[in-house]
Design a protein around this ligand. Structure first.
Ligand code: NAD
Length: 474
Protein backbone atom coordinates (compact mmCIF):
# COMPACT_ATOMS: atom_id res chain seq x y z
CA UNK A 1 0.00 0.00 0.00
CA UNK A 2 1.25 3.43 -0.90
CA UNK A 3 0.58 6.30 1.43
CA UNK A 4 1.26 9.53 -0.41
CA UNK A 5 -0.55 12.09 1.68
CA UNK A 6 1.93 14.96 1.65
CA UNK A 7 2.41 17.64 -0.98
CA UNK A 8 5.72 18.99 -2.20
CA UNK A 9 5.76 22.75 -1.62
CA UNK A 10 8.72 25.12 -1.28
CA UNK A 11 11.26 22.29 -1.16
CA UNK A 12 9.51 20.36 1.60
CA UNK A 13 7.00 17.56 2.03
CA UNK A 14 4.05 19.15 3.84
CA UNK A 15 0.59 18.17 5.02
CA UNK A 16 -2.39 19.69 3.20
CA UNK A 17 -3.87 22.82 4.78
CA UNK A 18 -7.11 20.91 5.30
CA UNK A 19 -6.52 17.15 5.63
CA UNK A 20 -8.67 15.11 3.24
CA UNK A 21 -7.75 11.84 1.57
CA UNK A 22 -9.00 9.51 -1.13
CA UNK A 23 -8.18 5.94 -2.06
CA UNK A 24 -6.45 4.94 -5.29
CA UNK A 25 -7.66 1.74 -6.96
CA UNK A 26 -5.52 -0.71 -8.90
CA UNK A 27 -7.42 -1.21 -12.19
CA UNK A 28 -6.13 -4.76 -12.60
CA UNK A 29 -7.42 -6.02 -9.26
CA UNK A 30 -10.07 -3.43 -8.32
CA UNK A 31 -8.38 -3.39 -4.88
CA UNK A 32 -7.30 -0.23 -3.09
CA UNK A 33 -3.57 0.26 -3.71
CA UNK A 34 -2.98 3.39 -1.65
CA UNK A 35 -4.07 6.78 -0.42
CA UNK A 36 -3.43 10.33 -1.57
CA UNK A 37 -4.46 13.68 -0.18
CA UNK A 38 -6.88 15.96 -1.94
CA UNK A 39 -5.69 19.53 -1.88
CA UNK A 40 -7.64 22.76 -1.59
CA UNK A 41 -7.21 26.28 -3.02
CA UNK A 42 -5.28 27.17 0.17
CA UNK A 43 -2.59 24.65 -0.82
CA UNK A 44 -2.50 26.19 -4.29
CA UNK A 45 -1.97 29.66 -2.78
CA UNK A 46 0.99 28.35 -0.76
CA UNK A 47 2.56 26.64 -3.77
CA UNK A 48 2.05 29.62 -6.07
CA UNK A 49 3.63 31.95 -3.49
CA UNK A 50 6.62 29.60 -3.20
CA UNK A 51 6.96 29.40 -6.99
CA UNK A 52 6.77 33.19 -7.29
CA UNK A 53 9.49 33.66 -4.66
CA UNK A 54 11.69 31.07 -6.37
CA UNK A 55 11.22 32.67 -9.78
CA UNK A 56 13.02 35.77 -8.56
CA UNK A 57 16.27 33.81 -8.54
CA UNK A 58 15.66 30.74 -10.72
CA UNK A 59 14.37 32.93 -13.54
CA UNK A 60 17.86 34.42 -13.70
CA UNK A 61 19.80 31.16 -13.38
CA UNK A 62 22.35 30.78 -16.14
CA UNK A 63 22.04 28.19 -18.87
CA UNK A 64 25.02 26.38 -17.34
CA UNK A 65 23.27 26.24 -13.95
CA UNK A 66 20.08 24.95 -15.52
CA UNK A 67 22.02 22.31 -17.47
CA UNK A 68 23.76 21.16 -14.28
CA UNK A 69 20.39 20.83 -12.60
CA UNK A 70 18.84 18.84 -15.46
CA UNK A 71 21.85 16.53 -15.54
CA UNK A 72 21.58 15.93 -11.79
CA UNK A 73 17.89 15.07 -12.32
CA UNK A 74 18.85 12.73 -15.13
CA UNK A 75 21.11 10.73 -12.80
CA UNK A 76 18.34 10.44 -10.20
CA UNK A 77 15.74 9.54 -12.83
CA UNK A 78 17.90 6.69 -14.11
CA UNK A 79 18.47 5.46 -10.56
CA UNK A 80 14.72 5.27 -9.86
CA UNK A 81 13.47 4.29 -13.30
CA UNK A 82 12.36 0.80 -12.23
CA UNK A 83 10.34 2.30 -9.36
CA UNK A 84 8.62 4.63 -11.80
CA UNK A 85 7.76 1.68 -14.05
CA UNK A 86 6.26 -0.30 -11.17
CA UNK A 87 4.22 2.72 -10.08
CA UNK A 88 2.84 3.18 -13.60
CA UNK A 89 1.73 -0.45 -13.77
CA UNK A 90 0.02 -0.12 -10.41
CA UNK A 91 -1.67 3.21 -11.02
CA UNK A 92 -2.97 2.82 -14.58
CA UNK A 93 -2.54 -0.84 -15.48
CA UNK A 94 0.10 -0.67 -18.23
CA UNK A 95 1.82 -4.05 -18.69
CA UNK A 96 5.17 -4.15 -16.88
CA UNK A 97 7.09 -4.49 -20.15
CA UNK A 98 5.42 -1.33 -21.47
CA UNK A 99 5.62 0.61 -18.19
CA UNK A 100 9.31 -0.21 -17.75
CA UNK A 101 9.87 0.24 -21.45
CA UNK A 102 8.20 2.94 -23.49
CA UNK A 103 6.48 4.71 -20.56
CA UNK A 104 9.63 5.48 -18.60
CA UNK A 105 11.69 5.82 -21.77
CA UNK A 106 9.47 8.70 -22.90
CA UNK A 107 10.12 10.56 -19.64
CA UNK A 108 13.84 9.93 -19.95
CA UNK A 109 13.76 10.99 -23.60
CA UNK A 110 12.07 14.31 -22.85
CA UNK A 111 14.69 15.00 -20.18
CA UNK A 112 17.56 14.22 -22.57
CA UNK A 113 15.86 16.33 -25.26
CA UNK A 114 15.44 19.30 -22.91
CA UNK A 115 19.16 19.09 -22.14
CA UNK A 116 20.04 18.83 -25.84
CA UNK A 117 17.85 21.77 -26.80
CA UNK A 118 19.08 23.94 -23.93
CA UNK A 119 22.72 23.40 -24.93
CA UNK A 120 22.26 25.21 -28.24
CA UNK A 121 19.08 27.30 -27.86
CA UNK A 122 19.52 30.98 -28.73
CA UNK A 123 17.87 33.03 -26.00
CA UNK A 124 19.08 36.28 -27.56
CA UNK A 125 19.32 37.31 -31.17
CA UNK A 126 20.07 40.72 -32.66
CA UNK A 127 18.16 41.74 -35.78
CA UNK A 128 19.06 45.21 -37.02
CA UNK A 129 18.77 47.67 -34.17
CA UNK A 130 16.73 45.25 -32.06
CA UNK A 131 17.66 42.60 -29.57
CA UNK A 132 15.08 39.81 -29.42
CA UNK A 133 15.24 38.12 -26.08
CA UNK A 134 13.45 34.95 -24.98
CA UNK A 135 12.72 35.01 -21.27
CA UNK A 136 11.01 32.49 -18.97
CA UNK A 137 7.30 33.18 -18.76
CA UNK A 138 7.26 32.81 -14.97
CA UNK A 139 5.07 30.64 -12.72
CA UNK A 140 3.45 27.76 -14.59
CA UNK A 141 0.57 25.47 -13.64
CA UNK A 142 1.07 22.04 -15.20
CA UNK A 143 -2.03 19.85 -15.37
CA UNK A 144 -1.59 16.29 -16.63
CA UNK A 145 -3.65 13.19 -17.51
CA UNK A 146 -3.20 9.57 -16.48
CA UNK A 147 -2.71 7.76 -19.79
CA UNK A 148 1.05 8.19 -20.35
CA UNK A 149 1.82 9.71 -16.96
CA UNK A 150 5.59 10.12 -17.19
CA UNK A 151 5.49 11.21 -20.81
CA UNK A 152 3.00 13.97 -20.15
CA UNK A 153 4.60 15.13 -16.93
CA UNK A 154 8.19 15.12 -18.20
CA UNK A 155 7.31 16.84 -21.49
CA UNK A 156 6.16 19.80 -19.38
CA UNK A 157 8.40 19.81 -16.29
CA UNK A 158 11.77 19.53 -18.06
CA UNK A 159 11.28 22.16 -20.77
CA UNK A 160 9.81 24.47 -18.11
CA UNK A 161 12.92 23.95 -15.95
CA UNK A 162 15.15 24.42 -18.99
CA UNK A 163 13.39 27.70 -19.75
CA UNK A 164 13.92 29.04 -16.21
CA UNK A 165 10.29 28.79 -15.09
CA UNK A 166 8.97 27.73 -11.72
CA UNK A 167 5.94 25.50 -11.49
CA UNK A 168 3.12 23.74 -9.71
CA UNK A 169 2.33 20.26 -10.99
CA UNK A 170 -1.21 18.88 -10.60
CA UNK A 171 -1.01 15.16 -11.42
CA UNK A 172 -4.05 13.07 -12.39
CA UNK A 173 -6.07 11.76 -9.48
CA UNK A 174 -6.35 8.32 -11.11
CA UNK A 175 -2.59 7.91 -11.57
CA UNK A 176 -0.81 9.91 -8.86
CA UNK A 177 2.06 7.62 -7.89
CA UNK A 178 4.66 8.16 -10.60
CA UNK A 179 4.36 11.94 -10.21
CA UNK A 180 5.00 11.58 -6.48
CA UNK A 181 8.19 9.61 -7.21
CA UNK A 182 9.20 12.22 -9.79
CA UNK A 183 8.83 14.92 -7.12
CA UNK A 184 11.16 12.87 -4.88
CA UNK A 185 13.63 12.61 -7.79
CA UNK A 186 13.60 16.38 -8.29
CA UNK A 187 14.06 16.99 -4.57
CA UNK A 188 16.98 14.56 -4.31
CA UNK A 189 18.58 16.07 -7.41
CA UNK A 190 18.72 19.43 -5.65
CA UNK A 191 16.03 21.46 -7.42
CA UNK A 192 15.98 24.75 -5.46
CA UNK A 193 13.08 25.24 -3.03
CA UNK A 194 9.94 26.55 -4.71
CA UNK A 195 11.06 25.91 -8.28
CA UNK A 196 9.01 22.71 -8.51
CA UNK A 197 5.89 22.17 -6.39
CA UNK A 198 3.32 19.40 -6.53
CA UNK A 199 -0.23 19.22 -5.21
CA UNK A 200 -2.45 16.18 -5.65
CA UNK A 201 -6.20 16.47 -5.89
CA UNK A 202 -9.28 17.01 -7.96
CA UNK A 203 -9.05 18.81 -11.26
CA UNK A 204 -12.16 20.82 -10.57
CA UNK A 205 -10.53 22.14 -7.36
CA UNK A 206 -6.74 22.27 -7.82
CA UNK A 207 -6.73 22.60 -11.61
CA UNK A 208 -9.39 25.29 -11.52
CA UNK A 209 -7.62 27.20 -8.72
CA UNK A 210 -4.41 27.21 -10.78
CA UNK A 211 -6.23 28.28 -13.95
CA UNK A 212 -7.92 31.21 -12.18
CA UNK A 213 -4.94 32.22 -10.05
CA UNK A 214 -3.82 35.86 -10.41
CA UNK A 215 -0.19 34.94 -9.88
CA UNK A 216 0.08 32.03 -12.31
CA UNK A 217 1.45 33.18 -15.68
CA UNK A 218 0.73 30.12 -17.75
CA UNK A 219 -1.22 26.88 -17.71
CA UNK A 220 0.01 23.92 -19.70
CA UNK A 221 -2.77 21.36 -19.88
CA UNK A 222 -2.95 17.90 -21.37
CA UNK A 223 -6.28 16.16 -21.20
CA UNK A 224 -9.77 16.07 -22.62
CA UNK A 225 -11.39 18.67 -24.85
CA UNK A 226 -14.19 19.68 -22.44
CA UNK A 227 -11.73 20.28 -19.60
CA UNK A 228 -9.47 22.23 -21.97
CA UNK A 229 -12.41 24.48 -22.84
CA UNK A 230 -13.18 25.03 -19.15
CA UNK A 231 -9.55 25.89 -18.41
CA UNK A 232 -9.51 28.52 -21.18
CA UNK A 233 -12.61 30.09 -19.65
CA UNK A 234 -11.16 29.98 -16.13
CA UNK A 235 -7.90 31.50 -17.35
CA UNK A 236 -9.52 34.24 -19.43
CA UNK A 237 -9.97 36.81 -16.67
CA UNK A 238 -6.25 36.85 -15.92
CA UNK A 239 -5.21 36.69 -19.61
CA UNK A 240 -2.66 34.01 -18.86
CA UNK A 241 -1.20 31.88 -21.62
CA UNK A 242 -2.93 28.51 -21.95
CA UNK A 243 -1.26 25.66 -23.80
CA UNK A 244 -3.73 22.92 -24.64
CA UNK A 245 -2.89 19.36 -25.67
CA UNK A 246 -6.25 17.66 -26.15
CA UNK A 247 -7.82 14.56 -27.62
CA UNK A 248 -7.77 13.02 -31.06
CA UNK A 249 -9.43 10.69 -33.54
CA UNK A 250 -6.46 10.14 -35.77
CA UNK A 251 -6.64 8.47 -39.16
CA UNK A 252 -4.19 5.82 -40.32
CA UNK A 253 -4.14 5.68 -44.10
CA UNK A 254 -2.85 2.43 -45.58
CA UNK A 255 -1.97 2.78 -49.25
CA UNK A 256 -3.07 0.26 -51.85
CA UNK A 257 0.10 -1.73 -52.40
CA UNK A 258 1.78 -5.01 -51.53
CA UNK A 259 2.60 -3.92 -47.97
CA UNK A 260 -1.08 -3.44 -47.04
CA UNK A 261 -1.52 -6.62 -44.96
CA UNK A 262 1.56 -5.96 -42.83
CA UNK A 263 0.48 -2.38 -42.18
CA UNK A 264 -3.10 -3.35 -41.32
CA UNK A 265 -1.80 -5.95 -38.85
CA UNK A 266 0.62 -3.43 -37.32
CA UNK A 267 -1.96 -0.65 -37.10
CA UNK A 268 -4.52 -2.96 -35.49
CA UNK A 269 -2.13 -4.29 -32.86
CA UNK A 270 -0.81 -0.75 -32.36
CA UNK A 271 -4.29 0.54 -31.59
CA UNK A 272 -4.52 -1.91 -28.68
CA UNK A 273 -1.21 -0.73 -27.14
CA UNK A 274 -1.66 0.96 -23.75
CA UNK A 275 -5.24 -0.40 -23.96
CA UNK A 276 -6.03 2.15 -26.66
CA UNK A 277 -5.54 5.00 -24.19
CA UNK A 278 -3.30 7.13 -26.38
CA UNK A 279 -4.33 10.61 -27.57
CA UNK A 280 -2.65 10.15 -30.95
CA UNK A 281 -3.79 6.54 -31.49
CA UNK A 282 -4.69 5.67 -35.07
CA UNK A 283 -8.28 4.89 -34.16
CA UNK A 284 -9.64 5.24 -37.71
CA UNK A 285 -7.92 2.84 -40.10
CA UNK A 286 -8.52 3.88 -43.71
CA UNK A 287 -8.04 1.14 -46.29
CA UNK A 288 -8.93 0.71 -49.99
CA UNK A 289 -12.60 -0.36 -50.17
CA UNK A 290 -11.71 -2.88 -52.88
CA UNK A 291 -9.51 -4.75 -50.41
CA UNK A 292 -11.88 -4.86 -47.43
CA UNK A 293 -12.18 -8.66 -47.51
CA UNK A 294 -8.44 -9.08 -47.12
CA UNK A 295 -8.34 -6.35 -44.46
CA UNK A 296 -11.21 -7.93 -42.50
CA UNK A 297 -9.28 -11.18 -42.12
CA UNK A 298 -5.91 -9.60 -41.27
CA UNK A 299 -7.33 -7.11 -38.77
CA UNK A 300 -9.48 -9.71 -37.00
CA UNK A 301 -6.48 -12.01 -36.64
CA UNK A 302 -4.29 -9.19 -35.36
CA UNK A 303 -6.86 -8.12 -32.75
CA UNK A 304 -7.57 -11.68 -31.65
CA UNK A 305 -3.83 -12.19 -31.28
CA UNK A 306 -3.47 -9.41 -28.69
CA UNK A 307 -3.14 -11.15 -25.34
CA UNK A 308 -4.97 -9.47 -22.45
CA UNK A 309 -4.34 -9.99 -18.75
CA UNK A 310 -2.56 -9.17 -15.52
CA UNK A 311 -0.20 -6.26 -16.25
CA UNK A 312 2.44 -7.75 -13.95
CA UNK A 313 2.40 -10.87 -16.18
CA UNK A 314 3.45 -11.38 -19.75
CA UNK A 315 0.48 -9.94 -21.65
CA UNK A 316 0.37 -7.37 -24.43
CA UNK A 317 -2.58 -5.47 -22.97
CA UNK A 318 -3.63 -4.77 -19.39
CA UNK A 319 -6.87 -3.25 -18.10
CA UNK A 320 -8.13 0.24 -18.84
CA UNK A 321 -7.57 2.78 -16.10
CA UNK A 322 -10.84 2.69 -14.16
CA UNK A 323 -14.35 1.45 -13.88
CA UNK A 324 -15.68 4.66 -15.36
CA UNK A 325 -13.36 4.39 -18.38
CA UNK A 326 -14.48 0.76 -18.79
CA UNK A 327 -18.13 1.84 -18.76
CA UNK A 328 -17.51 4.62 -21.31
CA UNK A 329 -15.81 2.15 -23.67
CA UNK A 330 -18.59 -0.43 -23.26
CA UNK A 331 -21.09 2.29 -24.07
CA UNK A 332 -19.24 3.13 -27.30
CA UNK A 333 -19.02 -0.54 -28.32
CA UNK A 334 -22.78 -0.73 -27.76
CA UNK A 335 -23.28 2.40 -29.89
CA UNK A 336 -21.17 0.91 -32.69
CA UNK A 337 -23.36 -2.19 -32.70
CA UNK A 338 -26.54 -0.10 -32.55
CA UNK A 339 -25.51 2.11 -35.47
CA UNK A 340 -24.82 -0.93 -37.65
CA UNK A 341 -21.03 -1.13 -37.71
CA UNK A 342 -19.76 -4.62 -38.53
CA UNK A 343 -18.01 -6.16 -35.51
CA UNK A 344 -15.07 -8.25 -36.68
CA UNK A 345 -13.20 -8.74 -33.37
CA UNK A 346 -13.88 -8.31 -29.65
CA UNK A 347 -17.14 -6.75 -28.53
CA UNK A 348 -18.98 -6.11 -25.30
CA UNK A 349 -17.87 -7.41 -21.91
CA UNK A 350 -14.57 -8.59 -20.52
CA UNK A 351 -12.27 -11.04 -22.31
CA UNK A 352 -13.02 -14.66 -21.44
CA UNK A 353 -11.57 -15.79 -18.11
CA UNK A 354 -11.11 -12.29 -16.72
CA UNK A 355 -13.90 -11.43 -14.34
CA UNK A 356 -12.07 -8.96 -12.12
CA UNK A 357 -10.23 -5.86 -13.26
CA UNK A 358 -11.21 -3.34 -15.94
CA UNK A 359 -10.26 -5.44 -18.95
CA UNK A 360 -11.76 -4.69 -22.36
CA UNK A 361 -11.77 -6.96 -25.42
CA UNK A 362 -9.58 -5.70 -28.30
CA UNK A 363 -12.41 -4.60 -30.57
CA UNK A 364 -12.51 -3.88 -34.30
CA UNK A 365 -15.43 -2.56 -36.32
CA UNK A 366 -15.82 -1.91 -40.01
CA UNK A 367 -17.89 1.25 -40.25
CA UNK A 368 -18.31 4.62 -41.90
CA UNK A 369 -16.90 8.00 -40.97
CA UNK A 370 -20.27 9.45 -39.97
CA UNK A 371 -20.78 6.96 -37.13
CA UNK A 372 -20.38 8.09 -33.51
CA UNK A 373 -17.58 5.54 -33.06
CA UNK A 374 -15.69 7.28 -35.90
CA UNK A 375 -16.28 10.82 -34.70
CA UNK A 376 -15.76 10.71 -30.94
CA UNK A 377 -12.65 9.81 -29.01
CA UNK A 378 -13.35 6.45 -27.34
CA UNK A 379 -10.00 6.23 -25.53
CA UNK A 380 -10.02 2.45 -25.39
CA UNK A 381 -8.94 -0.53 -27.52
CA UNK A 382 -11.55 0.03 -30.21
CA UNK A 383 -10.58 0.43 -33.87
CA UNK A 384 -12.89 1.51 -36.69
CA UNK A 385 -11.89 0.47 -40.21
CA UNK A 386 -13.26 2.67 -42.99
CA UNK A 387 -12.99 1.99 -46.73
CA UNK A 388 -11.84 4.66 -49.20
CA UNK A 389 -12.23 4.82 -53.00
CA UNK A 390 -9.02 6.61 -53.93
CA UNK A 391 -6.36 8.84 -52.36
CA UNK A 392 -8.54 11.98 -52.57
CA UNK A 393 -11.30 10.13 -50.77
CA UNK A 394 -8.85 8.87 -48.11
CA UNK A 395 -7.59 12.41 -47.46
CA UNK A 396 -11.15 13.78 -47.32
CA UNK A 397 -12.19 11.13 -44.78
CA UNK A 398 -9.07 11.65 -42.69
CA UNK A 399 -9.67 15.42 -42.56
CA UNK A 400 -13.37 15.07 -41.86
CA UNK A 401 -12.94 15.21 -38.08
CA UNK A 402 -13.25 17.81 -35.34
CA UNK A 403 -9.85 16.69 -34.14
CA UNK A 404 -6.44 17.12 -35.76
CA UNK A 405 -3.83 15.59 -33.50
CA UNK A 406 -2.08 12.71 -35.25
CA UNK A 407 -2.08 10.88 -38.54
CA UNK A 408 -0.34 7.91 -40.08
CA UNK A 409 0.48 7.07 -43.67
CA UNK A 410 1.83 3.65 -44.55
CA UNK A 411 2.86 2.34 -47.92
CA UNK A 412 5.78 1.37 -50.11
CA UNK A 413 6.07 4.54 -52.16
CA UNK A 414 7.63 7.22 -49.97
CA UNK A 415 6.74 10.02 -52.41
CA UNK A 416 3.05 9.11 -52.23
CA UNK A 417 3.26 8.90 -48.42
CA UNK A 418 4.83 12.36 -48.36
CA UNK A 419 2.24 13.83 -50.72
CA UNK A 420 -0.62 12.45 -48.62
CA UNK A 421 1.04 13.69 -45.40
CA UNK A 422 1.16 17.24 -46.72
CA UNK A 423 -2.61 17.20 -47.24
CA UNK A 424 -3.60 16.03 -43.73
CA UNK A 425 -4.82 18.73 -41.34
CA UNK A 426 -3.15 17.44 -38.18
CA UNK A 427 -0.22 18.44 -36.00
CA UNK A 428 1.83 15.27 -36.42
CA UNK A 429 2.05 12.54 -39.05
CA UNK A 430 4.03 9.34 -38.80
CA UNK A 431 5.13 7.83 -42.09
CA UNK A 432 5.78 4.10 -41.87
CA UNK A 433 6.29 4.25 -38.12
CA UNK A 434 8.91 6.99 -37.65
CA UNK A 435 9.75 8.36 -34.21
CA UNK A 436 11.58 11.55 -33.17
CA UNK A 437 11.89 13.24 -29.77
CA UNK A 438 12.67 16.51 -31.54
CA UNK A 439 9.50 16.53 -33.66
CA UNK A 440 6.98 19.11 -32.35
CA UNK A 441 3.80 17.48 -31.06
CA UNK A 442 0.39 19.16 -30.76
CA UNK A 443 -2.97 19.54 -32.37
CA UNK A 444 -4.87 21.35 -35.08
CA UNK A 445 -8.57 22.10 -34.57
CA UNK A 446 -10.06 20.77 -31.32
CA UNK A 447 -6.94 18.80 -30.51
CA UNK A 448 -5.41 21.91 -28.97
CA UNK A 449 -3.11 24.83 -29.59
CA UNK A 450 0.20 23.95 -27.96
CA UNK A 451 3.37 22.39 -29.31
CA UNK A 452 5.40 20.18 -27.04
CA UNK A 453 8.53 18.05 -27.64
CA UNK A 454 11.88 19.37 -28.88
CA UNK A 455 12.71 23.02 -29.36
CA UNK A 456 9.12 24.22 -29.68
CA UNK A 457 8.44 22.47 -26.38
CA UNK A 458 10.95 24.80 -24.73
CA UNK A 459 9.45 27.76 -26.59
CA UNK A 460 6.07 27.09 -24.93
CA UNK A 461 7.55 28.40 -21.65
CA UNK A 462 9.17 31.56 -23.01
CA UNK A 463 8.08 35.16 -23.46
CA UNK A 464 9.54 37.19 -26.31
CA UNK A 465 10.91 40.65 -25.59
CA UNK A 466 12.12 43.16 -28.19
CA UNK A 467 14.65 45.75 -27.11
CA UNK A 468 14.53 48.24 -29.95
CA UNK A 469 17.52 50.57 -30.13
CA UNK A 470 19.82 47.92 -28.68
CA UNK A 471 22.24 48.84 -31.43
CA UNK A 472 22.72 52.19 -33.08
CA UNK A 473 21.31 52.36 -36.63
CA UNK A 474 23.92 51.57 -39.26
P1 NAD B 1 -9.17 14.98 -18.18
O1 NAD B 1 -9.38 16.16 -19.04
O2 NAD B 1 -10.33 14.38 -17.52
O3 NAD B 1 -8.13 15.31 -17.02
C1 NAD B 1 -6.83 15.79 -17.29
C2 NAD B 1 -6.34 16.56 -16.07
O4 NAD B 1 -7.15 17.71 -15.89
C3 NAD B 1 -6.40 15.78 -14.77
O5 NAD B 1 -5.29 16.08 -13.97
C4 NAD B 1 -7.68 16.32 -14.14
O6 NAD B 1 -7.69 16.18 -12.74
C5 NAD B 1 -7.61 17.77 -14.55
N1 NAD B 1 -8.90 18.49 -14.53
C6 NAD B 1 -10.15 17.98 -14.55
N2 NAD B 1 -11.07 18.96 -14.48
C7 NAD B 1 -10.37 20.14 -14.44
C8 NAD B 1 -10.76 21.51 -14.39
N3 NAD B 1 -12.04 21.89 -14.36
N4 NAD B 1 -9.80 22.44 -14.37
C9 NAD B 1 -8.49 22.09 -14.43
N5 NAD B 1 -8.06 20.81 -14.46
C10 NAD B 1 -9.00 19.84 -14.48
O7 NAD B 1 -8.41 13.91 -19.11
P2 NAD B 1 -7.97 12.45 -18.75
O8 NAD B 1 -9.15 11.57 -18.72
O9 NAD B 1 -7.06 12.46 -17.56
O10 NAD B 1 -7.04 12.12 -20.03
C11 NAD B 1 -7.53 11.67 -21.22
C12 NAD B 1 -7.62 12.77 -22.24
O11 NAD B 1 -6.34 13.39 -22.41
C13 NAD B 1 -7.99 12.27 -23.62
O12 NAD B 1 -8.90 13.13 -24.22
C14 NAD B 1 -6.67 12.28 -24.36
O13 NAD B 1 -6.78 12.33 -25.76
C15 NAD B 1 -6.05 13.49 -23.80
N6 NAD B 1 -4.60 13.48 -24.03
C16 NAD B 1 -4.05 14.36 -24.91
C17 NAD B 1 -2.68 14.32 -25.16
C18 NAD B 1 -2.01 15.28 -26.10
O14 NAD B 1 -0.78 15.42 -26.03
N7 NAD B 1 -2.71 15.98 -26.98
C19 NAD B 1 -1.89 13.39 -24.51
C20 NAD B 1 -2.50 12.52 -23.63
C21 NAD B 1 -3.85 12.57 -23.38
Amino acid sequence: MRNYTQFYIDGQWVAPVTPRTTEVVNPATEAVSGTISLGSPADVDKAVAAARRAFASYGDASVAERLDLLEAIQAEYLRREAELGAAITEEMGAPASLANGFHTLLGKGHLATAIDVLRTFKFEEQRGVTLIRKEPIGVCGLITPWNWPMNQTCVKVFPALAAGCTMILKPPQLAPYSAQILAEILHDAGVPAGVFNMIQGQGSVIGAALSKHEDVDMISFTGSEPVGVQIQKDAADTVKRVGLELGGKSAWIVLDDASLAAHVAGATAGMMGNSGQTCSAGSRLLVPSARLDEVRKVAAEAADGVTVGDPTGNFAMGPVVSRSQYDIIQDYIGKGLAEGAELIAGGLGRPEGLDKGWYVRPTVFIGTNDMVISREEIFGPVLVIIGYDDIDDAVAIANDSNFGLGGYVSGEDLDTCRAVSRRLRTGAIWVNGGFDFHAPFGGYKRSGNGREWGELGLHEYLEVKSIVGWAAPA
